[in-house]
Design a protein around this ligand. Sequence first.
Ligand SMILES: C[S@@+](CC[C@H](N)C(=O)[O-])C[C@H]1O[C@@H](n2cnc3c(N)ncnc32)[C@H](O)[C@@H]1O
Length: 249
Amino acid sequence: MTLRGERALCQADVILYDSLIDNQLLEGRSARKVYVGKRCGRHSMSQSEITSLLVKYALAGQCVVRLKGGDPSVFGRVGEEALALSELGIAFDIVPGVSSAIAAPMLAGIPVTHRGVADSFVTVTAHKRSEDEPLGIPAYRSETTLVLLMPLSTIGRWQPRLLELGYPEDLPLAFISEGCSERQKVVVSTVGKSLEDCEDPGVVSPCLVVVGGVVRLRERLIQKYSKRDSFQDAEWGVGPGGFGLGSSR
Ligand SMILES: C[S@@+](CC[C@H](N)C(=O)[O-])C[C@H]1O[C@@H](n2cnc3c(N)ncnc32)[C@H](O)[C@@H]1O
């Protein structure tokens, strides 16, 4: 959570929140809290119902915070909600966040770029409304890291597609589940073995997949500096917006 996000939460009369947020963010807030999330295709409300609710509370003079996981512009539908407010002349502010696409890999010891290994990264949704809709995965380029969001239900589509697009079978790939939390689980595999390895009990929702040479850095970064699997709990840590050396002694 950024400072700007925290300030917005402090001012809220109503918080409309999604499923992929850290519930601790809601604790101790006097604001009315309304769950409007969707998990694994199960929607508590349709997008138009969520937008209507935002409008309803705003027109009633309430200060409304729409709380989403990560960055609202990364598959977060911020544009649709903001456009609806804009068309009705309702004032709003958008608070950028730290996307899981970058934060979860880093907290698993995988920087999405690294000098000499990856000079770019691409974030692609693996979720599609229909089987016919093509996946937006780019052709293989060894210096580009690929981050796949919402990958679990469509691995049977994207894994063969990676091979078709020239991604080598032995290229490393990591499944990062429940990233940025104390429950974070990392399963390292390869493009060739990923169909098999996604059955690992450590692969659970929410999960993202990182593909590329940067995955090999995890071994060195984690083993050298951390006795645990997550940088978050380690004495030496890297986190969104920070990099530091600490001691628990
Ligand atoms: C609808 S997208 C929203 C992404 C979000 N706006 C962001 O910037 O992180 C949801 C997907 O993000 C990824 N995701 C979100 N939180 C995650 C987490 N804590 N660990 C791993 N993946 C996560 C998963 O791929 C999940 O299916």
